[in-house]
Design a protein. Structure first.
Length: 406
C-alpha cells in the first residue's frame, strides 16, 4: 500500500475523542492551541483485522470473566519468529496491563527497597519514576553523544556503577527511547557480560522493537550470544505501540528462567489480582495474525516523515541537530545550536514561538534540557506544519537576537 492510500484510509481526526494527545493540551501544557507531537501513540486507525475482531466480540454482548485466548500465544510467537527470528516458549509468557505497569511490578518483585536499579539517561521518564516510587536507589549511567551526533554507552562507567552502586537490576531500553538507537548485538553482549560478572538481573523494555529502521536490524535481548543470558533476563513488550492499541491495556512479560517465573508467579499476587484484558488479547491476536500489511505501510509513513523533517531542518534550520532514527517512531532534536540550553527557555520557545506540544528533553534527563522529542506517527501534513513552525520560531529568535545586539 502506498503512503497516500494509507493516509486516506487510516488517518483519523482524534481531537474531541477524549484523546490524551489532542484533548489534554490545556491540562498538560497550559494551552489548547498547540500542535501535539508528544505522547507516543499514532493518529491512525488500528489494522482492519482488529476492528473486525473487536466488533464481532462486542456483538456477542457479554463481558463477564473470560479465560485467556487459547490461540493468542501462537499468533504472538509467529510474529516474533517471522519479524525478528525470535523463538518463544509458551510457558515464558505472562500478561500485564502494559509495559510501564510491568516495570513497576518487576522492580518490586526482583529487588528490595534500597537496592540499586541502573538506567541509561536520557531515557523514557517512567523509568525514573518506577525506581524512585518503589523505594529503590536510582543509579544512572549517562549515554554519551559522539561527534557525529550518535549515542553510545560508556562501558567503563557502566561497570563502575555496577561495581559500586549496589545494583541488583539493569533496566534496558531497546530500542532506546528517546535517542532512537538500535543496540548492536556486540553492544548488548558487552553490557550483559558485565551484568553476569556482577550478578545483576536484566529487565529489557522492547516495546518499540518492530519499528526498526537500522541497517543492522533489531536484536532482542533474548537472542544475545545465542540466548546465553536468558537465565538472568526478563523482557517486556506489547502490541500497543506496533498497532496503536495502548488504551486496551494489554502487555507481555517474558521470563525464560524457571526459578524467576516461579518467583514472579508468587510475588505478583499481592501486587495484582485483576483478570487479564480480554479485548486487549482479541485485538493483539488479530493484529499479529493479519496486521502485517498495515504495519509495513505505517512504517513507510513514519520513515518518510522522518526523512522530510531531517532534510527540511538541514536545509532551513541547520542549527537544530536531528538524531539518526534507527528505532521507534520518536525523533530526538537538539536545540542547543539555537542558544537554547535550559529547560525554561526551551519550553518557552517551543510553546510560545513554535506553538507545539512536545516531550521536553528535561523529562528524560537533567542533562538533556536542550532537546525535544517529536512523535512521527501522524499524517505528513502534521509533520510539515511542525517543521514550518520550528523554522519560523528559529528565525524569529535569530531576528530578536540581532535587534538586541543593535
Amino acid at each position: 500500500m502506498d503512503i497516500q492510500t494509507f493516509i486516506e484510509t487510516y488517518a483519523v481526526a482524534r481531537k474531541g475523542s477524549d484523546c490524551l494527545k489532542w484533548d489534554a493540551l490545556q491540562e498538560r501544557f497550559g494551552a489548547e492551541d498547540l500542535l501535539p507531537l508528544w505522547v507516543a501513540d499514532m493518529d491512525f486507525k488500528a489494522p482492519p483485522a482488529v476492528e473486525k475482531a473487536l466488533i464481532q466480540r462486542v456483538r456477542q454482548g457479554a463481558f463477564g470473566y473470560s479465560q485467556n485466548l487459547p490461540d493468542y500465544f501462537s499468533a504472538f510467537a509467529a510474529w516474533q519468529k517471522k519479524r525478528h527470528g525470535i523463538t518463544l516458549e509458551s510457558n515464558w509468557l505472562r500478561f500485564s496491563k502494559g509495559v510501564v505497569e510491568s516495570i513497576y511490578h518487576l522492580i518490586q518483585i526482583f529487588t528490595a527497597p534500597g537496592d540499586g536499579v541502573l538506567i541509561q539517561p536520557p531515557v523514557y521518564y517512567p523509568f525514573f519514576n518506577a525506581v524512585r516510587e518503589t523505594g529503590r536507589k536510582l543509579v544512572e549511567n549517562q549515554l554519551v553523544q559522539s561527534a557525529d551526533g550518535s549515542w553510545q554507552v560508556d562501558l567503563a562507567a557502566f561497570e563502575k556503577q555496577l561495581a559500586t552502586g549496589n545494583v541488583r537490576l539493569f533496566l534496558l531500553c531497546s530500542p532506546h527511547n528517546p535517542v532512537g538507537r538500535i543496540w548492536r548485538e556486540a553492544e548488548l553482549q558487552a553490557l550483559f557480560a558485565l551484568c553476569e560478572k556482577y550478578d545483576v538481573l536484566i529487565l529489557a523494555d522492547e516495546i518499540h522493537q518492530d519499528f526498526d529502521f537500522s541497517e543492522t536490524g533489531f536484536v532482542s535481548a533474548l537472542q544475545v550470544a545465542e540466548g546465553h543470558f536468558q537465565e538472568r533476563l526478563v523482557v517486556v513488550n506489547a502490541p500497543s505501540k506496533t498497532f496503536n492499541l495502548a488504551s486496551l491495556l494489554h502487555g507481555h512479560i517474558l521470563i525464560p528462567n524457571h526459578e524467576l517465573r516461579e518467583c514472579f508467579d508468587q510475588k505478583i499476587k499481592p501486587l495484582s489480582q485483576s483478570e487479564n484484558n480480554l479485548l486487549g488479547q482479541i485485538a493483539g491476536a488479530a493484529a499479529y495474525r493479519d496486521g502485517e500489511d498495515w504495519f509495513d505501510a505505517v512504517k513507510q509513513v513514519i520513515w518518510e516523515n522522518y526523512r522530510y523533517l531531517r532534510d527540511y531542518l538541514v536545509k532551513t534550520t541547520p542549527k537544530i541537530q536531528v538524531s539518526q532514527l534507527e528505532g521507534s517512531y520518536l525523533v530526538w532534536l537538539d536545540l542547543s545550536g539555537l542558544g537554547l540550553t535550559d529547560a525554561q527557555t526551551v519550553e518557552k520557545f517551543i510553546k510560545e514561538d513554535c506553538q507545539l506540544a512536545v516531550d521536553f528533553g528535561s523529562w528524560f534527563s537533567a542533562e538533556s534540557s536542550s532537546f525535544i522529542r517529536l512523535n512521527l506517527a501522524c499524517s505528513p501534513a502534521v509533520i510539515k506544519q511542525a517543521c514550518d513552525r520550528l523554522a519560523t520560531g528559529a528565525l524569529k529568535r535569530q531576528l530578536s537576537a540581532k535587534r538586541q545586539i543593535k
